[in-house]
Design a protein around this ligand. Structure first.
Ligand SMILES: NC(=O)c1ccc[n+]([C@@H]2O[C@H](COP(=O)([O-])OP(=O)(O)OC[C@H]3O[C@@H](n4cnc5c(N)ncnc54)[C@H](OP(=O)(O)O)[C@@H]3O)[C@@H](O)[C@H]2O)c1
Length: 323
C-alpha cells in the first residue's frame, strides 16, 4: 500500500451497510482498509461472509478494536449501539468518525449531519459525521429546494417504498422471503423515526417547517427507495425547475429532471434522481436512491472524500444496473 493512502477501518463490516462500505473502500484509490470488525464472523475471510468479494480482499474479520493509527473509522452498528461502542472504544480526536446509525444525527457530541447537499462546508471541516438515514436522504433531497424557497410551509404529503435491505441483515418477520415476496405493506404511519432529522434540516434553512405526513411502505425488492412528495404550488413548472436546478448546481450526485423516473436508474449508484411535475395545482416531486449507497455507505464515502479534501466522487464512480 502507498504511504499516502488513508488508513481506515469498518465496524459492523459483516452487516449490510458495513459490507457495502467494504465493497466501496477496497476499490477506493485513496484508502487502505486496515481491518474489518465483526463479533459474529471473527476468524472468517471477507469472502466467506461476502462471497461476491472472492478475489478482491484478503482481510479476515477481527473482534479486536484497534483505536490507534487510523485516519478514519466507519461505524455500521444498529441504532442505539454506537454511543456505547464509542464510550468503550474511544478513538483519538484526530481520527475521523463516520457513523451510519441515528445515534448522533441530532448533532450531539460534536457530530455534523452528513448530508452534503445541505452541509458540505461544515462536513469538510468536521471530524465526526452523522450519516443521514436512507428515507431521510431521499425525502430531503426531493424537498430541500422547495423548503428553501418557502414554497412548502404547511402540509407536505410524502409516501415512500423501501427494499428489504433497508431493515438490515438480521432476519425478521417482515424481511422473511415468505412475507416480503409478492407482497406490499405499510408501517409506522406518520411516525417514522427519520421525520426528526428531516425537520431538523428543514428548520436549518427556513423558519417555518411544514407538517410532513409520511406513509412508509415495504416493497418486495431488495434495494432502493422511491419517494413521492407533493404540496400546493402556485408557480410554474419552469420556475420550479429553475429553483431545483440552481439549488443542486454544485451537487455531485443529485440530478434534476422533468422526465419520468424508474428505480433501476439509481440502484447500484450513489446518485439521487429528482423528477418534478406540476399537476392539479400541486408540485409533485419524485426522488429515488439506492438505500445502501446514497442512503448509507455511498454517502458515507462521499463524506469521507469531503473531509479529506478528495475528489467528492472518488471511489463512487459506479454504474446502475439499468435493465
Ligand atoms: N440498511 C440500510 O439501508 C441503512 C441505511 C441507512 C442507515 N442504516 C443504519 O446503519 C446501521 C447498520 O445497518 P445495517 O443495515 O448494516 O444493519 P445490519 O445488517 O444488521 O448490520 C449491523 C452489524 O452490526 C454488528 N453489531 C451489532 N451489534 C454490535 C455491537 N454491539 N458491537 C459491534 N458490532 C455490532 C453486527 O455484526 P456482528 O454481529 O458480526 O458484530 C451486524 O453485522 C443501522 O444503524 C441502520 O439504521 C441502514
Amino acid at each position: 500500500m502507498s504511504k499516502n493512502k488513508l488508513k481506515t477501518a469498518i465496524i459492523g463490516a459483516a452487516g449490510y451497510t458495513g459490507g457495502e462500505l467494504l465493497r466501496l473502500l477496497i476499490h477506493h484509490p485513496n484508502c487502505e482498509l486496515v481491518y474489518v470488525h465483526s463479533n459474529s464472523q471473527v476468524g472468517k475471510t471477507v469472502s466467506a461472509v461476502h462471497p461476491d468479494l472472492l478475489g478482491d480482499c484478503d482481510l479476515i474479520f477481527t473482534d479486536k478494536v484497534q483505536t490507534e493509527g487510523l485516519d478514519a473509522v466507519f461505524l455500521g452498528l444498529p441504532h442505539g449501539q454506537t454511543r456505547a461502542f464509542l464510550d468503550e472504544n474511544p478513538f483519538p480526536e484526530s481520527t475521523v468518525i463516520i457513523d451510519l446509525s441515528t445515534d448522533f444525527r441530532d448533532e450531539s457530541n460534536g457530530f455534523i449531519y452528513g448530508l452534503p447537499e445541505l452541509n458540505s462546508a461544515k462536513i469538510s471541516a468536521a471530524k465526526k459525521i452523522a450519516n443521514p438515514g436512507c428515507f431521510a436522504t431521499a425525502i430531503q433531497l426531493g424537498l430541500l429546494p422547495a423548503i428553501h424557497q418557502g414554497w412548502a410551509t404547511e402540509t407536505v404529503h410524502v409516501s415512500g417504498v423501501t427494499g428489504s435491505t433497508g431493515a438490515g441483515k438480521k432476519l425478521s418477520e417482515t424481511s422473511h422471503f415468505s412475507y416480503r415476496n409478492n407482497n406490499f405493506s405499510v408501517y409506522k404511519l406518520f411516525t417514522h423515526q427519520h421525520l426528526k432529522e428531516i425537520k431538523q434540516s428543514f428548520g436549518q434553512i427556513y423558519p417555518s417547517v411544514p407538517e410532513i405526513l409520511f406513509v412508509p411502505y415495504r416493497g418486495n425488492f431488495t434495494r432502493g427507495i422511491w419517494i413521492t412528495s407533493y404540496f400546493p404550488f402556485s408557480g410554474s413548472l419552469d420556475e420550479a425547475l429553475s429553483a431545483y436546478t440552481d439549488f443542486y448546481k454544485d451537487a455531485a450526485f443529485t440530478h434534476i429532471t422533468t422526465e419520468e423516473l424508474s428505480l433501476k436508474q439509481v440502484v447500484g449508484t450513489n446518485k439521487c434522481f429528482v423528477s418534478i411535475q406540476k399537476e392539479a395545482g400541486q408540485l409533485v416531486v419524485y426522488s429515488a436512491i439506492d438505500n445502501l449507497l446514497k442512503g448509507a455507505a455511498g454517502q458515507a464515502v462521499q463524506n469521507f472524500n469531503l473531509v479529506f479534501g478528495l475528489d467528492e466522487k472518488s471511489g463512487l464512480y459506479l454504474k446502475s444496473i439499468a435493465f
